[in-house]
Design a protein around this ligand. Structure first.
Ligand SMILES: [Zn+2]
Length: 460
């Protein structure tokens, strides 16, 4: 057993907090070394640069990155000298199977990042140290626009399992980094039984900022609303990670904690960044990479799946990588009031696999599914699972406002989207477990790809 695991399993909470404080401080030092300061300055400078200067710099970054990748990665060597659009598309399965040919550095010379991946396959990529320093410099630069800096009080809701059964019994639902003023909350145990412990730990701490899974913060806020509790402190901003931010999350979190929800897109495999500006627009950061939006036939489109090329992936170059997310671009004529020339994304749809299949209506995406709760009272959270093309089961955690009439309204909304041929089974449950990664999934599509064909075609 590694020392870290031993401490997490057996040491008293206070000793764990000391360990976490020291370990975190070590991590921050590592990330803030080397080129970190230079990149903070770089991103500060280009924030206000003119469109021509940004375009010139983006072209330069792209050329440098493609050259470096084709020189250092055996996988990309045959593409040397080609323009980006002639590079082959990199599928997830290829990245998994050919990791050793794609990567340009050894594990020991970089930072290993593991990601959950929606298909269950765990993805491992290696970052060069300088790339990690650049990514953290940009993240810190972005958060600094909202007043954040290291040392401000932060409540963190992440997928790390840090609470043991004996801790739950004594109401310990968080761990503290005393040095950097961060309180880490377990996202696995936010429930009606543990609510009081969470709320107390949150209110006592009085965070200025929140980072982490939006569904977890939303759950906590919903339970506070049910109890008619008001939050006395003032949270300046919430920086959500990992999950799609649904309109409902934004509304309830804003209502309970009074803070702005500031969205970002930056997958852990190493995608380029999309960052929300203070005017509320989502801007692609053109100096972090290229987002190609394509339709089903891989032709350029306004809305669709994305192929990403990320300039901060020298360790494991990602070029035209089919990451599995969808976006819709704003019309090119759209000018954001913040004055930035960076392109604007109308919305990020999240995982392309987050949909329910309807033989009548085709793919029904996460946004449409989650809209079924609009004007329905009493639903705390729900999860739709599909194992057969003609059946879905919905687990609902609800309070007593979820009356028979409300249930009917919810099911009608669902039927409207899924069509008449899909049978819907609803079950009221006390709790819906999270994924091993700690993320909450509203939609679980477990269908085999071949069963997702229009009704008329099936059997042919
Ligand atoms: Zn803007």
């Amino acid at each position: 057993m590694a020392l870290k695991d031993f401490i997490l399993k057996y040491a008293p909470v206070f000793a764990q907090n000391i360990g976490i404080s020291l370990y975190n401080t070590y991590l921050y030092k590592q990330r803030h070394r080397g080129r970190y300061k230079a990149y903070r300055e770089y991103y500060r400078r280009f924030e206000t640069a003119g469109a021509d200067e940004v375009a010139r710099e983006a072209r330069k970054r792209q050329a440098e990155f493609l050259q470096a990748a084709t020189q250092a990665s055996p996988w990309y060597a045959p593409q040397r000298g080609k323009p980006l659009e002639e590079f082959p598309i990199l599928e997830k399965a290829q990245l998994l199977a050919h990791m050793d040919a794609i990567r340009s550095i050894e594990e020991k010379d970089g930072i290993v990042s593991l990601t959950g991946g929606t298909t269950g396959a765990s993805m491992k990529v290696i970052y060069a140290h300088e790339d990690m320093q650049e990514r953290f410099a940009l993240k810190d630069h972005f958060r600094a626009r909202y007043g954040y800096r290291l040392g401000k009080k932060v409540a963190w809701f992440s997928g790390k399992s840090l609470v043991r059964p004996q801790d739950l019994a004594s109401g310990n639902v968080s761990r503290d980094d005393y040095i950097n003023k961060i309180r880490f909350f377990s996202t696995f145990h936010i429930s009606q039984q543990n609510f009081d412990a969470y709320w107390r730990a949150f209110c006592d701490f009085k965070p200025e900022y929140i980072v982490g899974f939006p569904s977890s913060v939303y759950d906590l806020c919903t339970m506070a609303l049910e109890r008619k509790l008001t939050y006395e402190g003032s949270v300046k901003a919430f920086f959500p990670t990992a999950e799609t931010v649904l309109p409902k999350y934004r509304e309830i979190i804003g209502q309970v904690l009074g803070c702005q929800v500031v969205d970002q897109y930056a997958a852990s495999e190493g995608a380029p960044f999309i960052l929300q500006c203070p005017q509320g627009s989502l801007h692609i950061h053109p100096l972090t990479g290229v987002f190609e939006v394509v339709d089903e036939n891989m032709r350029p489109a306004q809305e669709g799946e994305i192929l990403v090329t990320a300039f901060t992936t020298h360790g494991t170059p990602l070029i035209r990588y089919r990451i599995g997310d969808r976006i819709k671009l704003a019309p090119p004529s759209f000018q954001c009031a913040c004055g930035s020339c960076f392109p604007v994304v109308e919305h990020i749809d999240g995982r392309t696999s987050d949909f329910i299949w309807s033989p009548e209506n085709g793919k029904v995406n996460l946004g449409n599914i989650s809209n079924c709760t609009k004007d329905v009272d009493g639903i705390v959270c729900f999860q739709v699972t599909q194992k057969q093309p003609d059946t879905v089961s919905i687990a609902v955690v609800a309070n007593d406002q979820f009356t028979a009439a409300q249930q009917r309204q919810f099911l009608d909304a669902m039927a409207l989207r899924l069509g008449k041929s899909v049978a819907v089974h609803l079950a009221l449950v006390d709790e819906i477990p999270r994924e091993p990664s700690g993320k909450f999934r509203i939609v679980k599509n477990l269908l085999a790809p071949e069963s997702m064909r229009p009704a008329a075609m099936r059997g042919s």
